[in-house]
Design a protein around this ligand. Structure first.
Ligand code: HEM
Ligand code: SF4
Length: 564
């Protein structure tokens, strides 16, 4: 994995020194709240509902076991012994003290980490497929390109104060595991007919109060032009994006208002000046970064492992875990494994210091000391020998890391909601707990099959509710917490924004509504048909009537009256 060079180290060390002094001046009353605000935001420090919150960046989700141990140590010393893995390769600490944040940043710097550009109106942490480099379906490993982008975007002086935050994702292939279309800028790896790498470029996607899927603005960008083109695109946004209205300042609004064709034309015009210029990626530069992502020392193994197959046949619990948590690997004899951070009664994505240390141990014992964070708030071991899977499963169980629900209904993605976030209209965590309690049978979950449930505590959509098969959005209805139900979203290819199906319901009603939707899906699906295909085939109104347990015709009539 990428190791910082002297320049990276100097940038991060200087930032720690700078922020230490800014914090000292703030605490001494020499800087006002307003003066300190942009300084702390540039270093990932939010003021939240109960306490300051620190957001630590994990570029493209790659972590070494050493880094994870440091994160565990930090949560123990400076926080309450746990952290929260988000949907965009960040770790959030909910209970930090402002005066100790410079110390945290200094500890992070020791292991090549920081929280620079993890909030504020800048280019945020770059994300990628959690299985980048090991996925059998990828066209090419997106991590070296994401790293080149990260280097260029870090402290880029021209783009330090954009109209609004700017999120970028790199996916390795057409299945789009990085969800590029819900990002401001998305790069999808391609190869041209001669086998040269490049990207399909998507721009103007985003969730929040106005969910929009990114539009294709270039069908093939030669990889060497990645930074020239990005500079052109960011420049158009920086100069032409709106700054007069917070809600209209994301790139998606500019792309919508100009149209994708006109936006793309403006970017191309700017790119003409930059193309082939100093930011062009030379073969030497590319090779130097790629060397950091060279494959680890895989052994020559057969595709099948007899011990693994036997264990799978004889142990049902293991078989269930393999079916949901173990993923195909491009190298024979290996698999990628999700260590689930979803446990009944625990906030999705929360990990205690002990859990993090256990995961770091497992990465060393059963892999090459490397982990990934996933968009679904779990951890991943990318390189496990199939022959080790049974032992890994038994060890992971001891630390509560083997919940066999990955990709299933109980693998809920959730924002922290009203328990932590001052912007929330409603709590999310108790609703998640109720849903997980309702769907606790492994057999039932497996029978339902892959189903993504996402929940957010307000329209900002941090829990990606627009792109779950089932989405739940907390709203405020006459002073009470209520929840809208949304169906049919998807963030990977083919991406779709879900639709609200009808009136909101109370927290107590949510599990029952979800159960009715699931029952309807099971009753109506063809064998092996996934949720979105069933929804498309039988129509959303069929699910609406099922969700509210009323006759379809009656419901439609009521809606017409209500809308009138
Ligand atoms: C607790 C402090 C948080 C605050 C104050 C916050 C604030 C916001 C706001 C205001 C937006 C809307 C941006 C827009 O529409 O332009 C947003 C979007 C988003 N947030 Fe958060 N958030 C927080 C925590 C989180 C967490 C914990 C996660 C992950 C679990 C997260 C992930 C996201 C994502 C993925 C979006 C998506 C949509 C987009 O940018 O288009 N946020 N957040
Ligand atoms: S969706 Fe709303 S409630 Fe949830 S974390 Fe984001 S801003 Fe807070």
């Amino acid at each position: 994995m990428y190791a910082y060079n002297d320049i990276d180290r100097r940038i991060v060390a200087e930032r720690v020194t700078q922020f230490r002094d800014q914090t000292r001046r703030y605490l001494a009353g020499e800087l006002t709240e307003d003066q300190f605000r942009p300084l702390r935001l540039q270093n990932g420090l939010y003021y939240e509902k109960h306490n300051p919150l620190l957001r630590i960046a994990i570029p493209y989700g790659q972590l070494s076991s050493k880094q994870l141990r440091t994160l565990a140590r930090i949560t123990r010393i400076y926080d309450r012994g746990y952290g929260h893995f988000t949907t965009r390769h960040n770790l959030q600490l909910n209970w930090v003290r402002v005066d100790r944040v410079p110390e945290i940043l200094a500890e992070l710097a020791e292991v090549d980490m920081h929280s620079i550009q993890s909030c504020g109106n800048c280019i945020r942490v770059v994300t990628a497929d959690p299985l980048a480099g090991v996925s059998p379906s990828e066209i090419a490993d997106p991590r070296p390109w994401a790293e080149l982008f990260r280097q260029w975007a870090t402290l880029h002086p021209e783009f330090a104060t954009l109209p609004r935050k700017f999120k970028v994702a790199f996916s390795g292939g057409p299945d789009d595991a990085a969800s590029t279309r819900i990002h401001d800028l998305g790069f999808e790896m391609l190869k041209d007919t001669a086998g040269n790498p490049g990207f399909r470029v998507w721009a103007g996607g985003g969730l929040g109060r106005t969910p929009i899927l990114g539009r294709m603005v270039r069908d093939f960008l030669p990889a060497a032009e990645l930074l020239n083109y990005s500079e052109a695109l960011l420049r158009v946004y920086n100069l032409q994006g709106r700054r007069d209205n917070l809600y209209k300042s994301r790139l998606k609004v500019l792309v919508q208002s100009l149209g994708a064709e006109e936006f793309s034309r403006r970017v191309e015009a700017e790119w003409t000046h930059l193309r082939g210029g100093p930011l062009t990626l030379t073969p030497e530069r590319i090779a130097a970064v790629m060397a950091h992502f060279a494959a680890p020392a895989y052994e020559n193994l057969p595709h099948c492992d007899a011990r693994f197959e036997l264990a799978r046949r004889s142990d049902k619990g293991f078989a269930a875990w393999v079916a949901s948590n173990v993923h195909a690997h491009r190298v024979p004899g290996y698999a990628a494994v999700t260590l689930s951070l979803k446990r009944p009664g625990k906030a999705p994505g929360d990990a205690s210091a002990q859990t993090m240390e256990a995961a770091a141990d497992l990465a060393e014992r059963f892999g090459f000391g490397e982990l990934r964070t996933s968009q679904t708030q779990n951890l991943i071991l990318p390189d496990v020998k199939k022959s080790d899977l049974y032992n890994l499963w038994q060890e992971a169980k001891k630390f509560g890391l083997a919940t066999a629900t990955v990709g299933l209904l109980a693998d809920v993605v959730a924002c922290p909601g009203g328990d932590y976030c001052s912007l929330a209209y409603a709590r999310t965590l108790p609703v998640v707990a109720e849903i997980q309690a309702r769907f606790s049978s492994q057999t039932e979950l497996a029978d339902i099959g892959p189903l993504r449930l996402n929940i957010s505590g307000c329209v900002n959509a941090c829990g990606h509710h627009h792109v779950g098969d089932i989405g739940i959005l907390g709203i405020n209805k006459a002073g009470e917490e209520h929840y809208q139900i949304i169906l049919g979203g998807r963030s990977t290819a083919p991406a779709a924004i879900g639709k609200v199906i009808g009136p909101s319901v109370s927290a107590a009603e949510v599990p029952e509504v979800v159960a009715r939707i699931v029952a309807h899906y099971r009753a109506c699906r063809y064998p092996k048909e996934n949720f979105s295909d069933t929804l498309r085939r039988i129509g959303i109104s069929s699910f609406m009537s099922a969700a509210y347990a009323i006759e379809e015709q009656t419901f439609d009539n009521e809606r017409e009256v209500a809308n009138g």
